[in-house]
Each structure stands twice: as structure tokens, then as C-alpha cells.
Design a protein around this ligand. Structure first.
Ligand code: ARG
Length: 463
């Protein structure tokens, strides 16, 4: 049997393997709601323009609504012979309303149809990601405000570097996520144009109104070139690129949560809600959610790479290669949303161990830079000399097995005779963080102010 939707010129139907490789219904059925919305907008425009009758348009709309109900009730029978979501729906429409169904595809092609469906889907997912990201930023900013004065070691090379506050560390992620948010907002702006009406590739001779369908579907306006409309998928690539960067950011925080919640660090306790036990070791609390978030860039960057390679070198306009654009985009966007939600939950629930963090901050001679700065400011030494002397004092402390603040004045004076009692004021971690008042620095007062600023921004606009 030839394909009933396009088989006019074919003497026989496709080989079974051909049907299998050709069909996309297994994954593109996810686009049913977008496909129906696009078709309703198209049919109503056709009637408005006098291209089909109002009665046909009404029958089409009613039939499409019924199909949506059937799909959502799990009563719709998807068929592989009908290839994809577009033909599955149109064929069922024919069963439901008869000949009027055949008028729906006037002045349209599956090429612009799939382009509009896919844009609608990606746009909806991006809206979800924007809301999720704002919620995660809020969770981080709230925690940062509460922990503005909690001192922890700041690391470089994962070696103790200088004391910072936990709030400052968390706000570093708010900054990163705010740039992710901006990337998604930018991508949304560019994708929000309607390709519907580009038809197969060249436009159409029917007097359609592309501005009307664009408006009905919530687009800012129609795309300007019919060939670009059916040939381009950079809107999806751009969103996947933004997802890739965002997933990388989340994976770094996830990794820190794994490290911080280990028995050796013990900086934070993750909640029961976001950890699991071990089936053999009763003492364990595994940070599975954090580990899975850490792993998500694998599939998300993978999806970007997959689509980039599908699109690379494709001649204009549509080629069937482009059917391979969807499955991984679906997967990546859904996993991105899940990772964001899980991270927000984990951050909200986590309990910092303030004493442990504070004690860890004092280890590893983390105020050695403060000591060098004191030598510069008080003894007017050049920074390089001060750095060297400070290093000798660190060696002294190391040999005596004490922290910097525990050295005696006599000990310190053996390195430089002019060092006096006032040096001890800068050797504590509290004094160190308090002194970092430069713009963007970790001083608790700065951090409290920065957290408040973010809270105001995030609570001010919840769109
Ligand atoms: N299932 C197809 C896709 O996902 C729809 C477009 C088919 N267009 C065509 N000319 N065969 O890309």
C-alpha cells in the first residue's frame, strides 16, 4: 500500500526498514500540542483570508481539539506508517471531519510546520528554564544572606588560599547563573519569530497573512526569509549552547557539594531529601543528586554537539537530516530543567557547619597574605620583600606545628625586628575577611549588601 498522505506517484509502499528509519513519530509525538496550536492558527488565518470557508475552519478547529483530548487521554493510536506527528494528526482529522481536513494543509508544508512546532516547544522549555534559574538564584541569594559572615577557606588549586565567607562563595554562583539567564533571554528573543507560511521553502501564492499567525502563536512577528525559515535550527543550537554553559556551572557547584559534604570536609550537611543511603554501608549518605547534576553536561553538551554535526554542511533548504534535530534537544532541555530544580532544592535544604568551616579557614596559613600586606602597610616594605618574609614566617609556623596567629611575638621578630604586637590583629581569619572591603571583595558587609541587592532584583520581577 502506498502512503495515503503523499503516495500519489508511488506504485508500492516502503520497505519495512525504510518505514522504520523514516518515522519520527516515536519522538516527535511530544510536539502534539504545538502542532495542534500551529494548525489552529493556520486554519483560522486561512478562513480570515477567504482561502478556506469559515465552516471548514471551524470543523478543523473542533476536530483538532478532539484529537488533543484523545492524545492526552492516551486514546490516540500513533502509527509508524504515518511517519510523524504532523501526518498522524492530519490523518486522524480526516477520519473525524472528512474532506475539510484536506484543506488544512493549503499554503503550508511540513517543512514550515515542523519549524514552527519546534520553535514553540523550545520557547516553552526556555520559559521554564528561566523561571527555574531565577528560583535557584533566589535559593542561593537567601542562603548567602544568612551566611554573609560565615568564614570558610577560599581555595585556589583546591589548596587553602585566603579566608572568604560562605555567602561570598554562593554569590559567585548567582553571578554565573545571572549570565546564564541572560543567555537564555537573548536566545528566546532571537527564536521568537514565526516560520509558519514559509511553506516548503519558497513561500506561497495564496494570499496568506503571516503576521496574523505569528501573533496568534505569541511570536514577535514572522521570519523574513522563507528559505532561512525552513533551513535553520540555530535557535535550538543557541539554546543548547546556553544549556551547555549553564550545565557546566551547575556541575561545578555540584562537585563542591560533593566535596563539602564528604566526612573529610564536613562543611555542609545535605538533607535526606536530596541524598540516598547505601544498601550495604549503613553509615552512608550519598550525594546522588549532586553527582547526577555533575554528570549532566555529558548529555547536554552531547546534544549540542549532535545537532551541530547534523547541521554542519547541509545545503539549503530542508533535508531529512533535520529530522534528527529533535530527540536530543528534548532530552537536553528536560534534563537541564531537572538539574536546575534539583540544585535549587539541594541548596535550600543544605545546612552549613559554621564552626568546621571557620576552623578550616584558619588552617593552611590562610592569612599569610594579610601578614605580607601588614608588612607593606606598617613597615613600608616593598610587596615582594614582604611576601618573602611572610613566607619565612609560614615556614617557621610549619616547623613549630602551629598556625600563624599562634606564633609568639619573639618568633615573629626573629624574622623582622620591627614587627610589633599589632600584627596579631591581621592574623585572624575574621580580621582577614573583614578587611577585604574592595568592590566585589569578601568582607561580610559587602556580602550582605550584595545578597540584598540580588534578593531585591529576584523578588522584584518574578517573570
Ligand atoms: N518529520 C519531519 C521532521 O521532523 C517533518 C518534516 C518533513 N518534511 C519533508 N519534506 N519530508 O523533520
Amino acid at each position: 500500500m502506498t502512503n495515503k498522505m503523499w503516495g500519489g506517484r508511488f506504485a508500492s509502499g516502503p520497505d519495512a526498514i525504510m518505514s522504520k528509519i523514516n518515522a519520527s513519530i516515536d519522538f516527535d509525538q511530544k510536539l502534539y500540542a504545538q502542532d495542534i496550536a500551529g494548525s489552529k492558527a493556520h486554519a483560522s488565518m486561512l478562513a480570515q483570508q477567504g482561502i478556506i470557508t469559515k465552516a471548514d475552519a471551524a470543523a478543523i478547529a473542533k476536530g483538532l481539539d478532539q484529537i488533543k483530548t484523545e492524545i492526552e487521554a492516551g486514546k490516540f493510536k500513533f502509527s509508524q506508517e504515518l511517519e510523524d506527528i504532523h501526518l498522524n494528526i492530519e490523518s486522524r482529522l480526516k477520519e473525524l471531519i472528512g474532506d475539510a481536513a484536506g484543506r488544512l494543509h493549503t499554503a503550508r508544508s511540513r517543512n514550515d510546520q515542523v519549524a514552527v512546532d519546534f520553535r514553540l516547544y523550545v520557547r516553552e522549555q526556555v520559559d521554564g528554564l528561566l523561571a527555574g534559574l531565577k528560583d535557584m538564584m533566589l535559593a542561593l541569594a537567601e542562603k548567602a544572606e544568612a551566611e554573609a559572615g560565615t568564614i570558610m577557606p577560599g581555595f585556589t588549586h583546591l589548596q587553602v588560599a585566603q579566608p572568604v565567607t560562605f555567602g561570598h562563595h554562593l554569590l559567585a554562583y548567582v553571578e554565573m547563573l545571572s549570565r546564564d539567564l541572560g543567555r537564555f533571554q537573548d536566545a528566546r528573543k532571537r527564536l521568537n519569530e514565526s516560520p509558519l507560511g514559509a511553506a516548503a521553502l519558497a513561500g506561497t501564492s495564496y494570499p496568506i497573512d503571516r503576521a496574523a499567525t505569528a501573533k496568534a502563536l505569541g511570536f514577535a512577528g514572522p521570519t523574513r526569509n522563507s528559505m532561512d525559515s525552513v533551513a535553520s535550527r540555530d535557535f535550538a543550537l543557541e539554546v543548547l549552547a546556553a544549556c551547555s554553559i549553564c550545565a557546566i556551572h551547575l556541575s561545578r557547584l555540584a562537585e563542591e557539594l560533593v566535596i563539602w559534604s564528604s566526612a573529610q570536609f564536613n562543611f555542609v550537611k545535605l538533607s535526606d531529601q536530596f541524598t540516598t543511603g547505601s544498601s550495604i554501608m549503613p553509615q552512608k549518605r550519598n550525594p546522588d543528586a549532586a553527582e547526577l547534576i555533575r554528570a549532566k553536561p555529558g548529555r547536554i553538551i552531547g546534544a549540542f554537539t549532535a545537532l551541530a554535526i547534523v547541521m554542519k554542511g547541509l545545503p539549503l533548504t530542508y533535508s531529512k537530516d533535520m529530522q534528527e534535530d529533535k530527540a536530543q534537544v528534548f532530552d537536553a532541555l528536560e534534563n537541564m530543567a531537572l538539574a536546575i530544580a534539583a540544585m535549587a532544592g539541594m541548596v535550600r535544604d543544605m545546612k552549613p557547619n559554621r564552626e568546621v568551616m571557620n576552623a578550616a579557614a584558619a588552617m593552611g596559613f590562610s592569612t599569610a597574605t594579610d601578614l605580607a600586606d601588614w608588612l607593606v602597610q606598617k613597615l613600608k616594605l616593598p610587596f615582594r620583600d614582604a611576601h618573602h618574609l611572610s613566607g619565612r614566617i609560614v615556614a617557621l609556623a610549619e616547623n613549630n606545628n602551629v598556625q600563624l596567629a599562634e606564633l609568639s611575638l619573639k618568633n615573629l621578630q626573629s624574622v623582622h625586628g620591627a614587627i610589633d604586637q599589632s600584627v596579631f590583629k591581621v592574623l585572624s581569619v575574621a580580621a582577614s575577611v573583614k578587611s577585604r572591603k574592595s568592590f566585589g571583595g569578601t568582607a561580610p558587609a559587602n556580602v550582605a549588601r550584595a545578597a540584598k541587592r540580588w534578593l531585591k532584583i529576584l523578588k522584584g520581577n518574578d517573570k
